[in-house]
Design a protein around this ligand. Structure first.
Ligand code: SAH
Length: 393
């Protein structure tokens, strides 16, 4: 089969030669053929030399995503199967983990999380969409789970011209809730794979939940943007005196409350508030409340490069308020999951917030996503989650 050929403009081959896996629309001189959404194409240098095979995405600014740098290897279902096998084999066997982390695992636009007997998959690019059937079948066969459930309902699908889709991809329907055990912090959580955020749970924070648990003994904890209570449960399990947790999502808080019982913890030590964190932090400040350990894990404030400035103000605002509510000697665990906000910029924003709050602090540790969310060295965009453990003087 002859593939369509995408020829790059002079100079635009450089990033591919550094093995960066994206071809932007502005880098393309011309396309020979009429590749459909997700179809494999040959990417060539201005002089015609082969660079890579990639999945074509006619509607996206990211016009093609690299499948392979090897001209001898055809892009077909067995090829995709080998990529999935490699991704699974790189990870230690375990019932709860991210199995496929997109570009960083060589599978652009493919995310798969395992929750026991269920794998939840997100197909976020035209290329991923086109391989939907082999991805589902291979994941089911190699992981041995009872079902693969699809949650292709993220906003980024729109940029690829893809409609949202959810439902069973392989096997039977998932139960309304799945109980998982997170080994790092020895905690248990209910996961609603059909209605929860993303694939149902934030596995990227697994090691950071363990850090919070280890620092929580006898502490008064404030957990902002708590979702289903991950950091609160880890803190309580670690011996926290009390945890006040805030999120704007009622259904998430319902699960959070049930997670307390699932872990055999004392519900009397928890308070759950359905509220806007920006408002609630000001309320707490007005009430002269203070805490020994504060977690700030907001949603992606900067989904696009254009929104970085507004996002910076939002990060500064919550961190400033967080510092003000933090007792001397207390610890702030603060995160950003915006790809467009670098670790450097995030640290500067947080430093500015401390100055404006009139407090001093030291960085005790830097946090990132768990190792089942690797970052391809040639794809720094993969480093989306960054966090700081700060101790106030
Ligand atoms: N820390 C969580 C993940 C947080 S995801 C964990 O470890 O599982 C971000 C959360 O912020 C979501 O649950 C979302 O409902 C909530 N959220 C978004 N904007 C908010 C706001 N302004 N106030 C309160 N919660 C908000």
């Amino acid at each position: 089969m002859s593939l369509s050929t995408v020829t790059l403009k002079p100079g635009k081959e450089k990033s591919l030669k550094r093995r960066h896996p994206w071809v932007f629309s502005g880098a393309i001189a011309h396309v020979a053929g009429e590749p459909q959404g997700g179809e494999a194409v040959r990417i060539v240098e201005p002089g015609g030399a082969f660079l890579a095979y990639a999945a074509f995405s006619p509607q996206s600014q990211i016009r093609a995503r690299v499948w392979s740098w090897n001209e001898a290897e055809p892009i077909d279902a067995p090829f995709v199967g080998r990529l999935i096998r490699g991704s699974l084999e790189r990870r230690p066997a375990g019932p709860v983990q991210r199995l496929i982390h997109g570009e960083s695992d060589g599978l652009p636009g493919v995310v798969a999380d395992r929750y026991g007997d269920t794998v939840v998959v997100q197909l976020l690019s035209a290329g991923a969409e086109r391989c939907r059937e082999p991805i589902g079948a291979t994941l089911a066969a190699l992981s041995g789970v009872a079902r693969v459930y699809e949650r292709s309902d993220a906003d980024v699908r729109m940029l690829e011209g893809l409609a949202s889709r959810t439902g069973v991809l392989q096997g039977d329907a998932p139960p309304a809730r799945i109980a998982i055990h997170e080994a790092a912090s020895d905690t248990r959580y209910w996961v609603d794979v059909a209605q929860g955020h993303k694939t149902g749970f934030y596995l990227d924070q697994a090691l950071n939940r363990a850090l919070v648990g280890a620092a929580a003994k006898d502490r008064d904890v404030l957990n902002c943007f708590c979702y289903t209570g991950g950091f609160s449960i880890a803190a309580l399990k670690g011996g926290a005196r009390a945890a006040l947790s805030i999120d704007s999502s009622g259904p998430a808080l319902e699960i959070a409350r049930d997670n307390v019982a699932l872990n055999g913890l004392d519900a009397g030590r928890c308070e759950w508030r359905e509220a806007d964190v920006f408002k609630e932090l000001r309320e707490l400040r007005n009430q002269n409340r203070s805490f020994d350990l504060i977690v700030l894990d907001p949603p992606k404030f900067a989904p696009t490069p254009a929104s970085v400035e507004r996002a910076a103000r939002a990060y500064k605002d919550i961190n400033l308020l967080g510092f003000k509510l933090l007792r001397p000697g207390g610890r702030l665990f603060t995160f950003s999951c915006s790809g467009g906000v670098s670790a450097d910029l995030f640290q500067k924003i947080v430093a500015g917030a401390a100055v404006d709050a009139g407090v001093e602090a030291r960085i005790e540790a830097r946090m990132r996503a768990a190792p089942d969310h690797p970052v391809l060295l040639s794809f720094p965009e993969g480093e989306y989650l960054k966090g700081l453990v700060l101790q106030r003087f």
